[in-house]
Design a protein around this ligand. Sequence first.
Ligand SMILES: C[S@@+](CC[C@H](N)C(=O)[O-])C[C@H]1O[C@@H](n2cnc3c(N)ncnc32)[C@H](O)[C@@H]1O
Length: 410
Amino acid sequence: MTVKYDKLYSVIADRNVKESALASYAGVSRNIMTRIRRNEYISMESIEKLCHALDCRVGDIIEFENEQKKLNIQNRRYLGNKYKLLDFIDETIAKYCPDTHSMLDVFAGTGVVAYHFMDRMQVITNDTLYSNYLAHVAFLSGDEVDENHLSMMICAYNQLTDKKLKPNYMSETFGNTFFCEEDCRKIGFIREDIEKKYRAKELNERERAILVTSLIYSMDKVANTCGHYDAYRKGVEFDRRFEMLPLDLSKKPKEANLFFHDDSNKLALNGDFPFADCVYCDPPYNSRNYCDLYHVLENVALWEKPEVKGEARKMDRTSLKSRYCTRSAASAFEELVRALQCRYIVLSYNNTGTKANDRSNARMTDEDIMRILSAKGKVRVCSKKYKAFTTGKSKNSTNEERLFVCEVKR
Ligand SMILES: C[S@@+](CC[C@H](N)C(=O)[O-])C[C@H]1O[C@@H](n2cnc3c(N)ncnc32)[C@H](O)[C@@H]1O
């Protein structure tokens, strides 16, 4: 994405002002005017001075090229994401959960399910991963943001040259593993800069979430992995270089949405979740913890710069491990279901069951699910054949995805 100032020149021509007169009236240097002529990034402060002098808005004098290269919420590789099943989920909820005006997506992952419904109802999301929470705030919140300012920042980040960037936490921790050394320097610099600007109150919470999400999604586009961060390919040429892309924020929420990032059971037992007509549950199915698969992106989101261990450079993830990935998944689910305050519970759970290797085996049996949900209300099962995204090793890529719909007893 690059910045263009053609609109500024139209305004100048319309008003019959000379460039040099505008520069001195606005209080910007000749150097800034040269940068404008070359379509280079200038600071937000200079843009504001020009707008003030011309009595116009930022969008009246600058625009961005390559607007089509915006990132959508589904544009990241995420195991078990339900993007391709949205129609099935939508039809099922429309048919069996009438009068649903609010939805709690309790294991929201990428947030695509809540995002799908957010123009029709209030949505509430939760996920233990902070990287997911930030994406939810970025894509699903209606809080005001200055998109032009964010675009200018992204332009400036993309114009950073390798030579100017010093080694930093990212390059020292991940250099030439998932990303090349130079890209790591850039990513580390950008993440630090976002945090600095947020602490200086130059960015609000959602603006910070948008920039971090755009950084994480852009990283995922070029990462030297097969979709997750358990391992990287050794000795490869890093042919795809990092470029930060903006997010597509054109879809607006109907209502003020709410976002959580904690263990679902803890929140439900504490009564922290508000009542929702429908609770959509999409827990992990097997023993693969999401914090292990996406640890690099989570590390960048949290930005606490922890020590890392092992070939894959993983930080300590003890507090992020999920009971849903263990043999006690059924008792965790039972505890959650008992505590939920809602009219309907819709559970996604596929049938990898006994077909695949042990690590891929589903942690809850159908008998567990039916027993737990039936204690809460009337249950029906809807199913659909589905070609799943796998992390590469499993040959079992055609699954039957099921939705267990429970109409809660009043
Ligand atoms: C199957 S994925 C959800 C995918 C999501 N529906 C989507 O379409 O992207 C399961 C999610 O549950 C989260 N998770 C695991 N255990 C959790 C817990 N105890 N509380 C909240 N979230 C949890 C994981 O981080 C992961 O993002």
